[in-house]
Design a protein around this ligand. Structure first.
Ligand SMILES: [Zn+2]
Length: 240
């Protein structure tokens, strides 16, 4: 999915598509059985047993937690980011316009996965992820590789002043005015934040795919406005 990770053959990076089905687990409902089956099938494409997958239960916050083997198969509450140095442990979360952001530090053999919508980006979740990799795993910013997206693009992420306010420092480079409307480039905001955190420009790859535009391929919360949530699942892990 990202060229930046291609050299690292032990790394598994994936994002499901519409044809793989709805992946969001809401709770104890009959529909969740379908999501569970869809997830199982998707993980099996990569030869991953679902019991090896840790999931983040998203709250649009900035909490990034380190997980280990004891968290296998668990749903981690109140978090939008996961990190681990454990091999054969896979991190997952769902997205449908928000950006899935994949981190890998090949020097330290660690990975992280973050769910970044505008709320989390404005609460500095990327800083939290990089700090987590530094403090828990000894990573250095210049060694960290990052893949951003797919997610809603500046072609479709229309905002009002409340959202705009939160990103004042990035407005000059990320604001697009069209037909009297204001759009923000969230992927570019993520990139600028990562650069501020000391990551190398050559180590950041941004997906050009917009989930709203790619109606055949992805669910989009803004486009579909579904009664029941429909989302893709992102996954990252390091094989043994
Ligand atoms: Zn678009």
């Amino acid at each position: 999915m990202f060229r930046i990770f291609e050299k690292h053959s032990d790394l598994v990076v994936g994002l499901s598509e519409k044809t793989d089905g709805q992946m969001k687990l809401v709770g104890d409902r009959p529909e969740d059985k379908i999501a569970l089956e869809n997830r199982k099938r998707f993980f099996n494409h990569f030869d991953i047993e679902e019991s090896r997958v840790v999931c983040a239960n998203l709250v649009h916050g900035h909490n990034v937690v380190a997980v280990g083997a004891s968290n296998r198969g668990m749903m981690m509450v109140k978090t939008d980011g996961l990190a681990t140095g454990e091999r054969n442990l896979f991190l997952s979360l769902t997205v449908a316009d928000c950006l899935p952001i994949f981190f890998h530090d090949p020097q330290k053999g660690v990975i992280s996965l973050v769910h970044a919508g505008w709320r989390s980006l404005s609460k500095a979740i990327l800083k939290a992820a990089v700090e987590r990799l530094k403090t828990d795993f000894g990573s250095q910013a210049q060694d960290i590789l990052v893949g951003v997206g797919p997610g809603i693009g500046p072609c479709h992420f229309e905002v009002q002043s409340d959202v705009l306010e939160r990103f004042r420092e990035f407005q000059a480079e990320t604001l697009v005015r069209r037909d009297g409307k204001i759009f923000l480039d969230l992927k570019r905001i993520a990139q600028l934040q990562l650069l501020q955190l000391g990551l190398g420009e050559q180590n950041i790859e941004i997906s050009l795919e917009c989930t709203f535009c790619s109606a055949d391929r992805y669910f989009s919360a803004r486009r579909d406005k579904p009664k029941e949530i429909q989302a893709m699942v992102a996954i990252i892990g390091q094989r043994e």
